[in-house]
Design a protein around this ligand. Structure first.
Ligand SMILES: NC(=O)c1ccc[n+]([C@@H]2O[C@H](COP(=O)([O-])OP(=O)(O)OC[C@H]3O[C@@H](n4cnc5c(N)ncnc54)[C@H](O)[C@@H]3O)[C@@H](O)[C@H]2O)c1
Length: 443
């Protein structure tokens, strides 16, 4: 029996051992899903504190309960920082970060670091799948050469039907944090392998947890699919952000317009304006493609334009605040401002690229005295692009602030009470919809 047939059978019978590299927002939930389907899963992470937390049955992601980690432990789940254990895995799924560097270019160092660490432990028939969002070509141009160069046994990656070696595929993650309407297993899984067998084997593995797998002809097609999905969102959000600014000048409520437009049963999908883009994906991924496009003498103008509009949104909401304070004969300088919500979107504990961070920094630069409230973040320190060192301010005595700015519309907030107590409310999310008060400035 070939190693491929043997491994496919192991996938189908749930005997295959699965290693997931990167126990973050993507990797940990995926590990729990495989565990729930009776696979023996090992989570790999370079962060020793995360490994220790998981092995003690804890969780560092708010929406993942320790009980879920403990249930996975009973099914054989454990975490490790030791890459030597890769050798015991039948399949390895890579879910490490893919940020931009300071020049707004792809930073593949997490992927290359991971692949270099995995390569020495490869064996014949090993399935390696990359899930991190990246530009088309990463799997074949970056990952495959590193896998082949890094293993002493001289193993090659299979490229044609029937070829033996290591099986490599790309399968994008499509998680939508906080989305409670679509179950994870109902999100179809796109897979593009370097060889037909890689696609088939990855399909057998993911087929155990996703109801539908969508094979495509190559890793690049799968990589581009993910980018199309995110660029589509980025461009459409920019469009409504621009139209919101026009609608405000015209005295039209853009949210009322969107609600009316979305009654059209075909050809329209609603996107909503906001204070700027946040999260690990939408503000970043499009620039992976615009960077790669330059290699082909091509300018991705929609991406650049959408980026320009979206990046300007925090500045726009600050202007609205300045205008509203001006109406009360006040300036931003010296005003006490409470920012509600740090997370980049409602009801999640993720502040990566959150517009709140930019807004707080801009307010401080202008001399405001800024406090924040967010039930998900007792403190905020510093990250790649911010250095705030702040502590959560309990909600209360809102009248002491010159303005309360709603940047993230967490559902735990009582917006009616907030409007009643505050002197001035700058609402960047339409969270006060239905509340009629001259104190509210919607922008
Ligand atoms: N978060 C999302 O909602 C989401 C959705 C779709 C796609 N993605 C993509 O998935 C990828 C992972 O995102 P995430 O949100 O899970 O990131 P994350 O930062 O939450 O997690 C990444 C984990 O990888 C670990 N890590 C870094 N380098 C490592 C290495 N060399 N070896 C082992 N572990 C390492 C980190 O310690 C961290 O725990 C990114 O490419 C992202 O764009 C994320």
């Amino acid at each position: 029996m070939s190693s491929f047939t043997r491994l496919k059978q192991k996938m189908e019978s749930r005997e295959a051992r699965i290693g997931i590299v990167g126990m973050g927002y993507v990797g940990l939930p995926l590990a729990l899903l495989f565990s729930a389907e009776r696979f023996r899963v090992t989570g790999f992470d370079v962060a020793k504190d995360k490994v220790a937390t998981l092995n003690s049955g804890g969780s560092y992601i708010v929406r993942i309960l320790p009980a879920e980690v403990q249930a996975a432990q009973k099914a054989g789940f454990r975490a490790t920082a030791d890459y030597a254990e890769i050798a015991q895995m039948d399949a390895v799924i890579i879910c490490v970060p893919t940020p931009l560097n300071e020049y707004h270019e792809p930073d593949l160092s997490y992927i290359t670091g991971t692949v270099e660490s995995i390569a020495p432990w490869l064996h014949e028939g090993h399935l390696i799948v990359l899930e991190s969002t990246t530009y088309p070509g990463t799997t074949e141009e970056v990952m495959v050469p590193l896998l082949e160069a890094g293993n002493a046994a001289g193993l090659k990656v299979a490229h044609k039907a029937g070829e033996t070696g290591v099986l490599v595929a790309f399968s994008p993650e499509r998680e939508d944090p906080g989305n409670e309407t679509t179950a994870r297993h109902d999100i179809p899984k796109v897979i593009g392998g370097c060889s037909p067998e890689a696609t088939e084997l990855a399909g057998a593995m993911y087929g155990a947890i996703f109801r539908r797998v969508v094979p495509v002809s190559s890793p690049s097609t799968a990589e581009m699919t993910k980018l199309l999905e995110n660029i589509y969102r980025c461009v459409n959000i920019a469009l409504v952000n621009e139209l919101k600014q026009l609608a405000m000048r015209m005295g039209i409520d853009i949210h009322e317009v969107i609600d009316a437009a979305k009654t059209k049963p075909f050809g329209f999908q609603a996107f909503y304006p906001g204070p700027g883009l946040g999260g690990h994906c939408i503000p970043i991924d499009p620039f992976y493609l615009s960077w790669k496009a330059k290699q082909f003498d091509f300018r991705t103008r929609f991406i650049e334009l959408a980026g320009e509009v979206n990046i300007a949104m925090p500045y726009f909401v600050i202007e609205q605040l300045a205008g509203a304070l001006n109406d009360h004969c006040k300036s931003i300088k010296g005003s006490k401002i409470l920012v509600l919500g740090l997370a980049y979107k409602r009801d999640i504990d993720d502040l990566r690229e959150s517009p709140s961070l930019t807004i707080i920094e801009l307010l401080r630069e202008k001399g405001a005295i800024v406090a924040y409230n967010d039930p998900f973040f007792p403190t905020v320190g510093h990250g790649r692009h911010y250095d705030l060192k702040m502590t959560n301010t309990p909600l209360g005595n809102l009248g002491q602030y010159d303005a309360v700015m709603i940047v993230t519309d967490h559902s735990s907030y009582d917006y009616k009470a907030i409007v009643e107590e505050a002197q001035l409310v700058i609402d960047t999310r339409n969270a006060t919809k239905g509340i009629d008060s001259p104190k509210i400035v919607r922008c």
